[in-house]
Design a protein around this ligand. Structure first.
Ligand code: PLP
Length: 411
C-alpha cells in the first residue's frame, strides 16, 4: 500500500528529473540536506576550472578577467530570485554569523530610541549569542519571546522594540511561522524585521520584497547545496540601503576600494554590504550549485516538500506506532517546513544505526531525530525506505550496539 503510494507519487512528480542535477552516492538515502546539501553535478567542473585555470593560470588577473570582483553581487542576484528579492538587494560572502552580526547591528542602529531587541528562545544558538552581543554593544535589552507570542508582545511594546529577529522555520522541529504576519506586526509596532532564512532559502517560496521584510541572512550550504562552508547571504531592502550603517566596514564596501583612502565612505546600494575578500572558491561553487534551480519554481519545490514530509509522517504513523516515537513536527501543512523531527529517548543511537544502513539524517539534543527533505533530489521511495529502515533498527535493536552509544563531536 505505502509502496504503491510512493511509486505513484514519484511517477507524478514534476521535479523528478532534477535529481539528475545532483551526484548522490549509490545506496544512500540522504535526508540531511537541511544541514549540508548534496553535491550538485555542476560544481566539480566549476571548482576544477576555478582552481586550475582561474587561480593557477590567470592568477591575480582573475579579479577582472574572470569576474571575481562582481561575484558577491552577481551570486546575490541569482540567489535573490529564490528568496523573493529583486536584483540589487542581496550580497554573498562570509558566514551566516558574520552577516547576521553585521545586519542585526545595523538594523538596531536604525531605531535609536527603542530599547528592546526581540528574539526567539528556540532560535539557533548563534542567533541568540549574536543578539546578546548586539544588545551589549548598543545597550539594548534582549528579550526572548517565542515566535508564536511575538506579535502580541510587539503590540504591547509598540515604540519600544528596535528589531525583531526570527527564523521562519524552527531548526529543531521544522515548525513554520507566518513571515508576512510577523513582519507586519513588527512594522505596526515601529520595529524592523530581521529574518534568518537558513532553513527556508531553497526550500520555501520566501517573498522578502512582497512582505516588506527589512533584513535577512541565510547560509549557502543547506537547501542551496553550495557545499561545506559555502558563503552566506545578506539581504538589505532597497529602502534601507542609503541609511545602512553597519559595523563591519571592510574595504570591499567602500565606494572606491582601490582609491586606498584611509577614511571609510560607503558604496552605493547593496555594494556597501560587501565586507572584504570573499572565499572565492566556495563562492564559485555556490554559484554553480544554484544552477540546480534553473527553471524550477519555488512553488513546485514547496509542493513536493509538503508531499515528502506529509508522506514521511504517514509512513511513521503506520510503521513506527507504539515504538517510542512522538511526532515533533506539525501535521498542518501550513505550519510545516521541509523537515520532520521525531522525538525518541534513544535519538542518537537510532540515527547512528540508521546512518550505518545508508539512511542519513541527524539528531539534535536531547531527543530529536531530524530528517530534512530537499525536493530537488529526494523521492517518496527514499522516504518509505528511510522509515522502513528506522522500523527495522528499532525493532531489531541494532542501535543498542556499543558502536552507536558514543557521540562524536558533530551529531
Ligand atoms: C538558523 C541557523 N542560523 C545560523 C546557522 C549557522 O551559522 P553559521 O553558518 O555562521 O555557522 C545555522 C546552522 O545550522 C542555522 O540553522
Amino acid at each position: 500500500m505505502l509502496t504503491e503510494r510512493a511509486a505513484a507519487l514519484d511517477a507524478a512528480d514534476p521535479l523528478a528529473h532534477i535529481r539528475d542535477r545532483f551526484l548522490l552516492p549509490d545506496g544512500v538515502v540522504y535526508l540531511d540536506g537541511n544541514s549540508l546539501g548534496a553535491l550538485p553535478a555542476a560544481v566539480p567542473a566549476v571548482v576544477e576550472d576555478a582552481v586550475h585555470r582561474q587561480w593557477g593560470t590567470d592568477l591575480i588577473r582573475s579579479w577582472n578577467g574572470n569576474g571575481w570582483w562582481e561575484a558577491p553581487l552577481r551570486t546575490g542576484d541569482t540567489l535573490g530570485r529564490l528568496i523573493g528579492a529583486a536584483p540589487g538587494q542581496t550580497v554573498v560572502g562570509d558566514s551566516t554569523s558574520v552577516q547576521l552580526f553585521n545586519t542585526l547591528l545595523a538594523a538596531a542602529r536604525m531605531r535609536p530610541g527603542a530599547r528592546l531587541l526581540l528574539t526567539d528562545p528556540d532560535h539557533f544558538p548563534t542567533d541568540q549569542y549574536i543578539a546578546d552581543s548586539v544588545g551589549r554593544l548598543l545597550g539594548l535589552d534582549v528579550r526572548r519571546v517565542p515566535a508564536r507570542e511575538a506579535a502580541a508582545v510587539l503590540a504591547a511594546e509598540a515604540g519600544n522594540v528596535a528589531v525583531a529577529a526570527y527564523a521562519p522555520v524552527d531548526y529543531r522541529t521544522g515548525e513554520l511561522y507566518d513571515m508576512a504576519a510577523l513582519t507586519a506586526a513588527a512594522h505596526a509596532a515601529g520595529a524592523l524585521m530581521h529574518w534568518d532564512l537558513c532553513h527556508a532559502a531553497g526550500s520555501l517560496p520566501v517573498e522578502l520584497d512582497a512582505i516588506e521584510a527589512d533584513f535577512a541572512v541565510g547560509c549557502g550550504y543547506k537547501y542551496l547545496s553550495g557545499g561545506p562552508g559555502a558563503p552566506a547571504f545578506a539581504y538589505v531592502a532597497r529602502r534601507h540601503q542609503a541609511g545602512f550603517d553597519h559595523p563591519l566596514t571592510g574595504w570591499h564596501g567602500h565606494t572606491e576600494p582601490f582609491a586606498m583612502s584611509g577614511t571609510y565612505a560607503p558604496g552605493d546600494g547593496i555594494s556597501r554590504a560587501r565586507i572584504s575578500t570573499p572565499p572565492l572558491l566556495s563562492m564559485l561553487a555556490l554559484e554553480a550549485a544554484l544552477t540546480a534551480f534553473d527553471g524550477v519554481e519555488m512553488t513546485a519545490v514547496r509542493a513536493k516538500n509538503l508531499s515528502l514530509t506529509g508522506f514521511f509522517q504517514d509512513c511513521a504513523d503506520t510503521l513506527l506506532d507504539g515504538l517510542g516515537f512522538t511526532m515533533a513536527t506539525p501535521r498542518d501543512p501550513e505550519r510545516r517546513g521541509s523537515q520532520v523531527a521525531l522525538r525518541h529517548a534513544e535519538a542518537y543511537p537510532l540515527v547512528a544505526a540508521l546512518t550505518a544502513r545508508g539512511v542519513i539524517g541527524d539528531m539534535r539534543a536531547p531527543d530529536l531525530l531530524r530528517f530534512g527533505f530537499n525536493a530537488l533530489y529526494v523521492t517518496h521511495a527514499d522516504v518509505l525506505h528511510a522509515v522502513q529502515e528506522l522500523h527495522a533498527v528499532v525493532t531489531g535493536g541494532a542501535h543498542l550496539a556499543p558502536a552507536f552509544q558514543q557521540r562524536p563531536t558533530v551529531t
